[in-house]
Design a protein around this ligand. Sequence first.
Ligand SMILES: NC(=O)c1ccc[n+]([C@@H]2O[C@H](COP(=O)([O-])OP(=O)(O)OC[C@H]3O[C@@H](n4cnc5c(N)ncnc54)[C@H](OP(=O)(O)O)[C@@H]3O)[C@@H](O)[C@H]2O)c1
Length: 247
Amino acid sequence: MSLPRNGALKQLEQSHMKIGMIGAGNIGGALAPLLIAAGHQVDVANSRGPASLSDFAEKTGAHPVTVEDAVRDKNVIVVTIPLHAIPALPAGLFAKVSPETVVIDTSNYYPRERDGAIAAIEGGMMESAWVAREIGHDVVKAFNMIYAKSLAELGKPTGDAGRLAIAVAGNDATAKATVISLLDAIGFDGVDAGSLEDSWRQQPGSPVYVKDHDAAGVRKALSEASPERTEQWSATPNSPGSFDAPA
Ligand SMILES: NC(=O)c1ccc[n+]([C@@H]2O[C@H](COP(=O)([O-])OP(=O)(O)OC[C@H]3O[C@@H](n4cnc5c(N)ncnc54)[C@H](OP(=O)(O)O)[C@@H]3O)[C@@H](O)[C@H]2O)c1
């Protein structure tokens, strides 16, 4: 029997990845069935423990686990929880996660509605750079600029006209390539949006944010973005309010 060559091994790894997901809300619920349909194993965790995820497991096919197990021995980990909850993750959760594991951060900063003031971000730090610092592991920012409903319903086969695209920002080219190939497998084009420092181009309020563009449209919208944080996306002394009554 001959062993597969390196390239073939790589392909094998890509075709069946062990994916951990922290967060089983709108984005987790949209993403898990797509990743499972693409042949990947998805272990999912929330803040309330695996027993609370039986309905989610039945609907999506994901395997409920603790947050500790969601990060153990994975090729890819998706962190998809409200930004303000990042510091509530167990201390040292990512300490034993390999630097080669690709960690995807889907989060957005909604200071007035949900997250309250996060001083480092108000001071100019990029949201995903803050997430990376908080968890102690590099991240790739993806899925933040598409609505969960579009993610769940609007995927198309590779090459179809009007296929939607998702911006992918990060500092590690190999990690971004993994995310872009995952996107392709679940029905979306990935557009390299530069480094985490460039990720203001895909933040809430930017031209690309929740607009359902194809790849050319995403590239154009990214190029038209403006870096300043507007008042609408900055905290006030009373933040957070709610999505119905932002403070
Ligand atoms: N909704 C969208 O269309 C959309 C689009 C793009 C990006 N995003 C961003 O993606 C992130 C997730 O959004 P979402 O709408 O999916 O959120 P969501 O529906 O509110 O779900 C949040 C999930 O996070 C879990 N969670 C909260 N705190 C946790 C903790 N400390 N440890 C483990 N799990 C925890 C919750 O579990 P419990 O219920 O057990 O607490 C829940 O499963 C947010 O940053 C959001 O801004 C959302």
